[in-house]
Ligand binder design. Structure first.
Ligand SMILES: [Zn+2]
Ligand SMILES: [Zn+2]
Ligand SMILES: [Zn+2]
Length: 572
């Protein structure tokens, strides 16, 4: 045992030396092979680290060597990874090969190369169904462009890959491949915001001396230079789209953080966007609402139309969101809309009766956006369109009337015109319409005006109606000289078209039709009318007194469908 000991020690030594030698040789060999690979085979790319990380995933890829005719979601993701591996690894070779080609041919060749590779490693079947093939081909182009040094915008990428719009799939691929562009954009916003917060005073001082458009140019340049020099977020040779979007973000953040209360719309114009969405995105990100449209803390919003700051309850909601226009402005817009439809209906009825125009031809003209050279007037009294609100659609044959104007007005133009055509409507002013409808009074007008009535001819209802009319005539003559308070036209022979209008709404206590017309004591009725400052007016004038939406937007309403010639004639 004792003699064997040195031998054993010796054996251990040799083993140790042998082990050391082999590791050493292995190391040299490895280093050599690395050197060789780096030099000859694998292009050194910026994404080498990425490639190494990806090569781990690659093992998984090899394990799924199945030939799918229609790869499912899981396999598609593995395919994306492999496309990404291939593209990142071969980027330089691919670029050299593709760059001199036309864009369409470039992507064809790229697809061919990558598909060949995917076939070779048995990841996709040679007889893929066509839908899957297109999907995979598109994702090849998507990944190729996403991994470019200066990738175009997502929308551009989607278009180039053959999608008709910004595709959801880009997001999925980005998140799967860990391309974190979104967060990068937000980091840039934060940088901009920090810079502006720190330099606000200096910036404002300098900007005071500049013209409006020079101002934005100055901030853009100053902050852009800062981002390039001081952060590693922005690279000097940015694509033009990227550069513009960062510059716009600079202007938006500067304006959002300024003390002036600009609306999203105003910021949109100054930042040269065509939509307020990008501004909303940034404002939401920084939770800047206070002086803007929506203030969630104080529950107020600035109306996009009238620009007043109003509490949330003054706005309607739509889909759970507060509408951008206040209720009042919303109503005005609805009112304008309704009057424009009424105008169109009036034009149609006039053209139909004067020129025999048919519905189809008329609607075609409306579709073409043509304006009409038609002088619309009431067929009874020749009243013009200044009185549009007081006009009615008269049904000469009441039996075929199906719907009131109020209900019809909310329908589509096509349905409105077709219905009015079918029901043979006549466009008529309120006065004339009233007279048309009050046949009994009009037939006995002479008897009423002369108060010479043979009472025994009539039943109780008729007597009641005649008595009312006589009283109305007397009161109207006594108090208002028998003329309309507004248009001064004599109205005694048009009794049915007379209304009593409260000139001061607050004094309103009695109304003619409910409280006054059946009172025998004329003197008492007159006292009430005077006390409540009621005036006798024709229906048309009365209606116009209350048509505030129309009066305030007359030009907008009428000029939508009437030629400039007619608008001039109307003195607008
Ligand atoms: Zn408003
Ligand atoms: Zn009329
Ligand atoms: Zn009048």
């Amino acid at each position: 045992m004792k003699n064997q000991l040195p031998f054993l020690i010796y054996m251990r030594w040799t083993l140790l030396i042998e082990l050391l030698c082999t590791t050493f040789i292995k190391r040299i060999l490895l280093a050599l092979s690395h050197y060789y690979l780096k030099k000859k085979m694998i292009p050194i790319s910026d994404n080498l680290k990425n490639t190494v990380r990806k090569s781990n995933q690659r093992k998984n890829v090899k394990n799924v060597s199945l030939k799918f005719r229609e790869p499912n979601r899981k396999v598609i993701e593995i395919i994306w990874t492999e496309i990404d591996n291939f593209i990142v690894l071969k980027r330089e070779i691919l670029d050299k090969k593709l760059n001199y080609l036309e864009e369409i041919k470039r992507y064809c060749l790229l697809k061919e190369d990558v598909i060949k590779h995917l076939n070779r490693i048995n990841l996709i079947s040679k007889n893929l169904n066509s839908r899957s093939k297109i999907l995979i081909e598109r994702s090849i182009v998507l990944i190729y462009l996403l991994r470019a040094k200066n990738p175009p915008s997502d929308r551009q990428i989607a278009l180039k890959a053959g999608y008709s719009q910004r595709a959801d799939i880009i997001k999925k691929i980005k998140s799967h491949l860990g391309i974190l562009e979104e967060t990068k954009t937000k980091h840039i916003w934060i940088e901009i915001d920090n810079y502006i917060a720190q330099e606000r005073e200096n910036l404002d001082k300098k900007l005071k001396l500049l013209e409006e458009n020079e101002k934005y140019h100055f901030i853009k340049q100053t902050i852009m230079n800062y981002l390039i020099a001081e952060t590693n977020l922005v690279n000097r040779n940015l694509s033009l789209t990227k550069k513009t979007s960062i510059e716009r973000a600079i202007v938006i953040i500067y304006l959002l953080r300024s003390k002036s209360s600009l609306t999203f719309n105003e910021i949109m114009i100054k930042s040269e966007y065509k939509d307020t969405k990008p501004i909303r995105n940034i404002a939401n990100y920084f939770r800047i609402y206070a002086h803007l449209e929506i203030d969630h803390i104080n529950q107020t919003r600035v109306c996009a139309k009238c620009k007043r700051m109003l509490s949330f309850d003054k706005f309607n909601t739509y889909d759970g969101k507060i509408r951008s226009m206040c209720n009042e402005c919303d109503n005005i817009r609805d009112g304008i809309n309704r009057f424009q439809k009424k105008l169109l209906a009036a034009i149609f009825i006039t053209l139909k009766s004067e020129k025999g125009m048919i519905v189809e031809e008329f609607l075609q003209r409306v579709d073409q956006g043509r304006k009409f050279d038609v002088d619309v007037k009431c067929p009874g009294c020749r009243l013009d369109l200044h009185f549009l609100p007081s006009y009615d659609f008269h049904h000469p044959n009441p039996a075929i009337k199906t719907v009131s104007w109020k209900k019809l007005a909310v329908k589509k133009v096509e349905e409105i015109i077709t219905t009015l055509d079918k029901e043979q409507c006549v466009f008529m002013c309120g006065n004339c319409h009233r007279l048309k409808k009050s046949t009994f009074i009009m037939e006995h007008l002479d008897e009423i005006l002369t108060e010479n009535i043979d009472w025994k001819h009539y039943n109780d209802n008729a007597r009641k109606s005649l008595r009312r009319s006589i009283r109305k005539k007397k009161i109207f003559e006594d108090l208002y000289n028998g003329v309309c308070y507004y248009c001064k036209k004599p109205m005694v022979d048009k009794l049915a078209a007379i209304d009593f209008h409260h000139t001061i709404e607050e004094l309103k206590e009695h109304t003619w039709s409910k409280d006054l017309r059946d009172k025998e004591d004329i003197e008492w009725v007159k006292k009430i009318l005077l006390k409540e400052k009621q005036v006798g007016a024709c229906h048309n004038c009365h209606y116009m007194e209350t048509a505030i939406y129309f009066n305030n937007n007359k030009y907008d309403i009428l000029s939508k469908y009437l030629s400039s010639n007619i608008i001039k004639k109307l003195g607008l």
